[in-house]
Design a binder for this molecule. Structure first.
Ligand code: NAG
Ligand code: NAG
Ligand code: NAG
Ligand code: NAG
Ligand code: NAG
Ligand code: NAG
Ligand code: NAG
Ligand code: NAG
Length: 490
């Protein structure tokens, strides 16, 4: 009798296992895709009433994201990102800005569709608290231990090379840090550069740099009579031409290890004549909306818009907060019009336009919730203001890629309300219990330090948080061409 040798048995069972695992290998992604789609649909149906109201229904179709090389670029680092198509007449004019040549911007000209269309409310759907008013889990960080560990590594090793400019450069006013105290709405831009140049992240040796900083200031260029709003695009184009001819670093990566920082929304169209900046470089901007073709989520990063305030932090007592919610601002967008239309005569939700009868700070200190409502842009300084005064921010700005959202759990210290749910605002706020509110407010105070600029960097302040966001984005830019082609063809 011939018994199969154990090696034959081994072979048989081995091949059985292989075919089993092969089968499940094919099965798992399909199942996951189905479950994810169901989950997303379920999520949308629970967080907004958009499916209930066919007359105002709004859907965003995000074509399935695939790694995509733009075919006519000489740069090996140009990678495509999902295109977002929006079908909502009610806020189309408000949130979409056409590029100067009247097209949707180059990013939308490329189709990334591979036949799968997913309906998503927003890529960062997890930051949305929804209409039910449930508040998020209590932790301010998604993963504090990971953050602290990473932060330490970033703090010890991250190096930035800044293109040098002499003080007699004709554009020194826009290229060098300002010699005064930055102020006003777009201070974040000037603060970042001022603090960076004095920080330990700076290296004079480009070979040890992780990232290269393009030091132009959009806000300063805008006010320069030689350039102005109309001349910014050409200035940037020339600037990139100059550095790509005078230094080898830009060409090496097509700009993918370069970044710039801008707070004024004009920065978005500033890159129209320098597409490599838009597609490859890391854009750290205040107007960070998923909806805009100029901003590429995950590649780019959100810069918090902060009106700098000096002196001691105000007292933030909960018992002094008698009013439910407060908003003040000009009515310059359909979202704000809607807010005014619904809540203008309300006794609990105060909506002011025009001149405030009382000091702004008194309102922020006397209200439980402070509304941040999309105006021309998704961003304003109001979130920073609320946090400074210990008021829980309510964010009504669809598609806003919130600052530091990949580190901070916005659900723990704010309430995000979809534009369509404005009529439900009071209901949403009333559903938050006093204990839940206390937690939200306590967490606002915890995140306060991340939304402050300091003359010299202080650990975990706004500057260091932006550095951390840059650090998270640094290594993904160093893949050689052969690897990228390999990924995109599989
Ligand atoms: C549905 O849309 C109509 C028309 O815009 C509006 O009047 C109505 O209030 C909406 N209903 C809900 C529940 O939002
Ligand atoms: C692709 O090539 C066309 C024509 O040469 C040019 O106008 C366009 O800017 C290029 N696009 C990119 C992304 O490089
Ligand atoms: C959007 O703008 C177009 C043209 O500028 C105008 O005809 C239309 O009424 C606007 N729609 C809304 C909802 O404001
Ligand atoms: C970050 O680096 C600075 C300068 O080396 C140092 O003073 C600070 O303690 C560091 N912070 C952390 C959290 O490691
Ligand atoms: C580019 O370089 C030229 C020649 O050195 C210089 O005159 C010009 O000011 C530079 N422009 C920018 C935007 O850097
Ligand atoms: C970078 O590439 C451009 C366009 O291909 C070329 O004209 C330029 O000379 C290159 N720069 C350097 C420093 O080699
Ligand atoms: C608010 O009050 C004004 C004037 O008192 C009135 O004309 C308007 O219809 C009221 N709006 C609402 C939504 O009740
Ligand atoms: C920065 O320093 C200036 C001058 O020393 C001071 O007036 C200002 O209050 C400081 N700013 C901050 C945010 O600490």
């Amino acid at each position: 009798m011939v018994r199969p040798s154990s090696s034959v048995l081994n072979y048989i069972s081995h091949s059985y296992l292989v075919s089993e695992s092969w089968r499940s290998f094919i099965f798992i992604p399909t199942t996951l895709a189905l479950i994810t789609s169901c989950f997303i649909l379920f999520y949308i149906s629970t967080t907004s009433n958009i499916f209930l109201n066919t007359t105002t229904s709004s859907t965003i179709i995000i074509h399935h994201p695939t790694l995509f090389l733009l075919s006519n670029s000489s740069s090996p680092f140009v990678v495509g990102y999902p295109t977002v198509t929006h079908h909502d007449q009610s806020n189309l004019n408000d949130s979409f800005e056409q590029t100067s040549d009247g097209t949707l911007g180059a990013a939308t000209e490329v189709s990334y569709s591979d036949g799968v269309e997913e309906i998503l409310q927003s890529e960062k759907a997890t930051t949305d608290i929804g209409s039910k008013g449930q508040y998020g889990y209590n932790e301010v960080f998604h993963d504090e231990d990971l953050f602290l560990e990473d932060y330490k590594e970033m703090n010890g090793s991250f190096k930035i090379y800044v293109y040098p400019h002499k003080s007699n450069d004709p554009y020194a006013n826009a290229l060098l840090p300002v010699d005064f105290e930055p102020g006003g709405n777009y201070a974040s831009e000037s603060y970042f550069k001022k603090v960076l140049m004095k920080s330990h992240f700076i290296t004079k040796d480009p070979s040890e740099a992780d990232l290269f900083f393009l030091p132009f200031s959009i806000a300063r260029l805008r006010h320069d009579p030689r350039i102005g709003v109309g001349g910014i695009q050409d200035f940037i184009k020339t600037y990139i031409f100059n550095i790509s001819h005078n230094y080898p670093y830009w060409n090496r990566t097509g700009g993918a290890d370069h970044f710039y920082v801008a707070c004024h929304s004009i920065g978005r169209s500033a890159m129209e004549k320098a597409e490599e900046v838009k597609f490859n470089a890391i854009q750290v901007v205040c107007s960070s909306s998923y909806f805009l073709s100029g901003y590429i989520a995950h590649k780019d990063a959100s810069l918090p818009q902060i009106w700098p305030r000096q002196g001691d932090l105000p007292s933030v007592d909960i018992s002094e907060r008698k009013k439910l919610a407060f908003f003040a601002g000009s009515i310059n967008s359909p979202v704000r019009e809607k807010l005014l239309e619904v809540w203008r005569n309300d006794s609990e939700i105060a909506v002011h336009y025009g001149r405030l009868p009382t000091p702004y700070s008194d309102e922020l200190l006397g209200s439980k919730y402070c509304l941040h409502v999309k105006g021309f842009e998704v961003n304003t300084a109001r979130i920073g203001d609320s946090i400074y005064y210990g008021c829980v921010p309510v964010i009504i700005a669809n598609h806003y890629d919130l600052p530091f959202a990949d580190v901070l759990n916005w659900k723990s210290f704010s309430i995000v309300v979809a534009t369509l749910d404005i009529p439900l605002l009071k209901e949403i706020l009333h559903e938050v219990s006093f204990e839940e509110y206390e937690t939200l407010q306590k967490n606002v105070l915890k995140v306060r330090k991340h939304f402050r600029w300091n003359n010299f960097t202080v650990d975990y302040d706004a500057f260091n948080m932006v550095m951390y966001e840059l650090w998270l984005r640094r290594s993904s830019t160093r893949a050689p061409l052969s690897q990228l082609v390999g990924i995109s063809s599989c």
